[in-house]
Design a protein around this ligand. Structure first.
Ligand SMILES: [Ca+2]
Length: 316
């Protein structure tokens, strides 16, 4: 019997030792995992920090590059430049950002009824029914203008107070184009139709279009801004027919058959330009496993000057 007890005691002791070893192994594993997570977090934090520094560098380089647009013209656009970093890379490209309707022109004395009519034309040329265009123009103008008087088809604070999460109209110029999502009627389907031809500028002036960089998708914009008698189809033909080297001057553009037939009082000549009033720099920054996109928008309508007016970071 004594031998049997001794065997059982030895078995129990062995089991205890095995359990202690198992618990210690689990604890060690947890400690290693925790250390691994800390190292990964520290690395991520370091990479994010380097991304921010790289973004500052990109901004410094951009302000100089943007000034070159004045001499290089269209040649400065579209070609990505690669800037190597110690553990990553910045890929940056310039593009013209002049060709869009400034929504904030709806809120200024300079815009007035003319800006409202132009915007309605842009919406209709973008495939939106005239009745809906009237409503969308009214709600956007109410959102931006400083008063609380609701336009015929508009929306002021009363409309937004009734929403599940109530809010008020901004009653001031838009800071960012994403604000439009909060305005009555601007559903995703509407935004998709117009997003390429609208923008938000820091003042109520409508920037001149750069005719040398108009894209096919800008035909609704050209038709809306240049003349109430210019059709969308005519605007498409004009843009498609641009000479490879560009028109070279506003005069040459005005001499086109379709445009020279428009009565001077129906033609908004002042909206045309052959230079960029706004230039955008898009930079894609990668450091290790971290990645970030930034967009910088510069006002360049005064020769020799590039003023940063908007900075976006992340997905947009
Ligand atoms: Ca208002």
């Amino acid at each position: 019997m004594t031998g049997v007890y001794r065997k059982r005691e030895r078995g129990a002791a062995l089991l205890s030792i095995l359990m202690i070893v198992a618990v210690m192994s689990i604890a060690a594993l947890a400690a290693v995992e925790s250390l691994g997570r800390s190292v990964a977090l520290a690395r991520l934090s370091d990479e994010r920090s380097q991304i921010l520094w790289a973004a500052h560098s990109a901004e410094a380089v951009a302000s100089q590059s943007v000034l070159q647009v004045e001499t290089l013209g269209r040649q400065a656009f579209g070609k990505p430049a690669v800037f190597p970093l110690e553990r990553g890379v910045i890929v940056a490209a310039l593009s013209d950002d002049s060709n869009c309707f400034n929504l904030n022109s709806l809120g200024g004395d300079a815009g007035g009824p003319a800006a409202h009519d132009i915007y309605k034309r842009l919406l209709v040329h973008s495939g939106i029914l005239p009745g809906d265009a009237q409503r969308l123009a009214d709600t956007a103008a109410d959102w931006i203008d400083g008063d609380e008087e609701t336009r015929a088809y508009g929306a002021e604070a009363d409309t937004y107070r009734r929403r599940p999460v109530p809010y008020r109209t901004s009653n001031r110029l838009m800071e960012n184009i994403s604000e439009l999502r909060a305005v009555e009627g601007y559903e995703p389907g509407i935004l998709r139709r117009i997003s390429e031809n609208i923008c938000v500028r820091p003042d109520t002036n409508q920037p001149a279009l750069n005719i040398e960089t108009l894209k096919h998708s800008n035909a609704p914009l050209l038709a809306a801004l240049l003349s109430e008698v210019l059709t969308l189809e005519e605007a498409e033909v004009i843009i498609r027919g641009r000479p490879v080297s560009g028109w070279g001057s506003v005069g040459a553009f005005l001499g086109l058959d379709t445009i020279s037939q428009i009565a001077p009082e129906s033609l908004n000549e002042a909206i045309l330009s052959v230079r960029s009033g706004y230039v955008r720099l898009d930079a894609d920054i990668s450091v290790g496993s971290a990645r970030e996109k930034i967009a910088l928008i510069y006002k360049t309508d005064t020769p020799g000057s590039a003023i940063l007016v908007e900075r976006r970071m992340g997905a947009f």
